[in-house]
Structures are given as C-alpha cells and as structure tokens.
Design a protein around this ligand. Structure first.
Ligand SMILES: [Ca+2]
Length: 232
C-alpha cells in the first residue's frame, strides 16, 4: 500500500474504531475494464467465511448466526438462502445495535479511475417492520451521493421467502487516484420493535474504460449531427 492509501484506509476504518468488526482485507482492482463480482455463495454466516474485501461491524455486540431463511429471530449477521446459494444478510437487534456491511476496493490500475458502476440485489428474508438499509460511499467515494439506493422493508414479503430488489448506481466525472481506497457501506436503519431481515446478493463493481465512454459519446454526437442535417 502507498502512504496515501494507508492514510485513506485509516480514515475509512477510523469511524468504526469503537464498534465490533470483522474484516477481510480489500479488493485490488488491477486494470481499467475490471469487473468484480461476489455472489456470497461461500459465505456461511461465520466470521471465517467473510469474502475478501468485505467488512462486517456492529455498533453493539457482533454476532454471527450461520445459515438460515429468515424464520429465525436472533440478531446478527446471517447467510440467508439455501446450500450453495447464500446472500450476505443481517437482522438488527437491540443487542447488536446498528449493523454495517461494507466493501473496500483499492485502485491498483496505475491510472486515475474516472467512472465506476455498482449493482447488487437486495433480498428481504423476513418482514417485521419498516426498517431498512441506508447506503454511503467510503474513502474516495465518501462524498458521492448513494442516498437513492437504500431500501425499506416491504410488507409484501413473507418470512422465510425471499423478495428480490435489483439495484444499481454509477458515477462518472470522478477522480480516484492510483492507490486510493473506495467502497460502499450498507447500515441498518432501525424502526421500533423487532426488525426485518435484509441481505445483499450478486454484487458487481465495474470500472468502465474511459475510451468506452468516448466511443459512446462519439456515437451520440454523430447521431445528433445526422439528425440536424436531416432537419435542414
Ligand atoms: Ca448468492
């Protein structure tokens, strides 16, 4: 790690210094056009099975509850789903306090990253109340606006049966310098009484090649010129 990235990573983790957490390093994106995918199928609801680059923390007591389908009421981190097909899940309780799931990347491309896109599925495995997850950027994306991609539990969900909500967000005209750390965090939003159980699944991060954007904008520009010529 460069000195700069160490400073950023320190800044990134300093906020959680007094919370209980379990982390598994960070993901180094090696080249532009890199695609990172995590399906959480190896996550088993244990501290040892957290995927590389992911960090789980609790404002109160951190708990790992293993695997389940959302019928259990114990607070903590869960692998929701069925054998071989799991999701990174949480169920907030008064003992755990707010729970945070985060993923951290390091720009290892040697170039400035100017655009990045993320997508994931929310999964609701248990409905209890209108609790949810809020989303924030980390490190170089800490000032980015993730406010539109949180989730509030839906009353249409059934306990033990998954409801899937695909979500995506992308940023352009950003500057993430070589060695800088950036990422996303999802933190529980509490509501009175027992909370709903939500999970993240099928997460993807994409760094589009800047030239790809140039080609797209070039085509749009050409189309506009042709349209204007036709109008004359
Ligand atoms: Ca999965």
């Amino acid at each position: 790690m460069t000195k700069k990235s160490i400073q950023l990573f320190t800044a990134l983790t300093a906020g959680a210094a007094f919370a209980a957490s379990a982390a598994s390093g960070q993901i180094v994106l090696a080249s532009l056009d890199d695609v990172y995918q995590e399906n959480f199928n190896s996550w088993l609801g244990t501290a040892d099975s957290i995927p590389t680059g992911w960090n789980l923390s609790a404002a109160g007591t951190i708990e790992f509850r293993g695997t389940g389908t959302g019928t259990g009421t114990a607070g903590g981190f869960w692998a929701f789903g069925s054998t071989g097909s799991w999701a990174l899940g949480e169920l907030r309780s008064n003992a755990t306090g707010d729970l945070t799931m985060a993923v951290a990347f390091e720009n290892g491309t040697g170039e400035t990253i100017t655009s990045v896109g993320f997508s994931w599925n929310y999964e609701q495995w248990r409905y209890a109340n209108a609790s949810g997850l809020s989303v924030a950027g980390l490190g170089a994306l800490s000032s980015a606006d993730f406010s539109g991609v949180g989730i509030t539990a839906s009353t249409t969900g059934t306990n033990g049966t998954v409801t899937v909500t695909p979500t995506s967000i992308s940023f352009s005209a950003i500057e993430i310098e070589p060695g800088e750390v950036f990422g996303i965090s999802w933190t529980t939003v509490n509501a009175a009484g027992s909370n709903s159980a939500l999970a993240i699944n099928d997460f993807t991060a994409v760094i589009p090649e800047p030239s790809t954007y140039a080609a797209i904008f070039g085509a749009l520009f050409l189309g506009l010129v042709l349209y204007r010529r036709r109008k004359k």
